[in-house]
Design a protein around this ligand. Structure first.
Ligand code: MRU
Length: 366
């Protein structure tokens, strides 16, 4: 029987002018594939978390921008760029915290500009040189490269993270930084999948992750489908679990790492990191370099998405479980201070504190 890991999180269906995604809001009960064709459909799918997780959002945005530009009628390079920027700004407004969204859109735009300059298609190069179809083909190829690189990067994060795991380890994770949040392997789960592949005996504990239950609905589901020893717990149980000594290391994903190593991830991550420090448990953030934003100085500069109160008061319950009219605090992410992070696992290796130095050195080398 087909497992959830056999489905592609995000795929381009070029012949149908569509992106195909797994509708993650229905998992684990129902595996439904949906096709997104219009700007509004793509925007809504990202906002509603039908496709979610920083790298997967980036891949969807790259494919999305290509699909939206595929039938452009622009007659000049500047018309093409005006249209592209408008569509890119619109997609970028769907969620603010995961930097992979703007990273992928900027990468698509930069690639178009580079090719147009190389092939002398801009207005400065004179009329008649603009080749719209060539630029559209380039957009498709660049969006496919973003996806292929995501798979390769996650695999390398897995290999680097695996060096931090020993046979018999108990591991804790928060939210879903798994295959469903990327195109394969995940980030925080990649070392787990590789450890399992190598026959290592690991136990993985998944925080359920209120209010949207990505840990329960997605991480527990995909790890269990892979045959990994998986245990689910409510978010408020992780301190008691850590105190028992069952956890040897914690791996989480992230949505944006600032230049000083502060890391925004799903709400509740900083609680886990704080408690881990109390019990001396190593806390690792897994981050592709596309999630490191050297233009954001510290965690205080990261915009945190605020979401609807109903996610806390009503969602998942048969009837509302909070008094009508009560005020609700519902940030989707929090920032873990760099001093709580034992290491940042990237595709190029494990960065250690001081992160302002190790991150700057990594970006200088890239
Ligand atoms: O709101 P979500 O479900 O998109 O939040 C996802 C996370 O916080 C993940 O940990 C993060 O995007 C890393 S995914 C590899």
């Amino acid at each position: 029987m087909k497992s959830i890991l056999d489905y592609e999180t995000v795929a381009l269906v070029d012949e149908d002018d569509a992106i195909e995604i797994i509708n993650q809001t229905l998992l684990p009960g129902k595996t439904e594939m949906i096709r997104l064709r219009t700007g509004e459909e793509i925007w809504n799918a990202i906002y509603l978390l039908q496709v979610r997780g920083a790298p997967a959002i980036g891949v969807a945005a790259g494919f999305g921008l290509y699909i939206l530009m595929k039938h452009s009628k622009a007659e000049t390079f500047s018309e093409f760029m005006t249209e592209l920027k408008e569509k890119s700004d619109y997609l970028n407004s769907s969620r603010p915290t995961a930097v992979n969204l703007s990273w992928a859109l900027k990468r698509m735009e930069a690639h178009v500009v580079k090719v147009a300059k190389e092939r002398r298609m801009t207005e400065e190069d004179g009329a008649g040189s603009f080749d719209r179809d060539a630029l559209i083909t380039e957009m498709r190829e660049e969006s496919e490269r973003i996806k292929a690189e995501d798979i390769d990067v996650c695999r390398r994060i897995g290999e680097n993270g695996l060096t931090l795991i020993k046979d018999g380890f108990g591991l804790l994770t928060h939210c879903n930084a798994g295959q469903l949040a990327t195109c394969k392997y995940g980030t925080a789960t990649a070392p787990m999948y590789l450890a399992h592949e190598k026959g290592m005996n690991i136990r993985v504990y998944c925080d359920e992750t209120r209010p949207l239950l990505q840990g329960a609905r997605l991480t527990a589901f995909e790890l269990q489908s892979a045959g990994i020893d998986t245990t689910l717990l409510c978010d408020n149980m992780s301190a008691s679990l850590m105190k028992t000594g069952a956890i040897d290391a914690i791996f989480v994903g992230c949505d944006r790492v600032a230049a000083n190593g502060d890391a925004a991830n799903k709400i509740g991550t900083s609680v886990v990191a704080t408690v881990a420090k109390r019990y001396g448990i190593p806390f690792y953030v897994c981050a592709p370099t596309s999630t490191i934003d050297i233009n954001t100085n510290t965690g205080d500069d990261i915009k945190i998405e605020q979401r609807k109160p109903e996610e806390v008061t009503e969602m998942w319950y048969k009837e509302r479980m909070a008094p009508e009219g009560v005020k609700v605090y519902n940030p989707a992410f929090d920032v873990t201070d760099n001093e709580l992070i034992t290491g940042i696992v990237t595709e190029f290796g494990v960065l250690r504190a001081p992160y302002d130095v190790s991150i700057a050195e990594l970006f200088d080398r890239m």
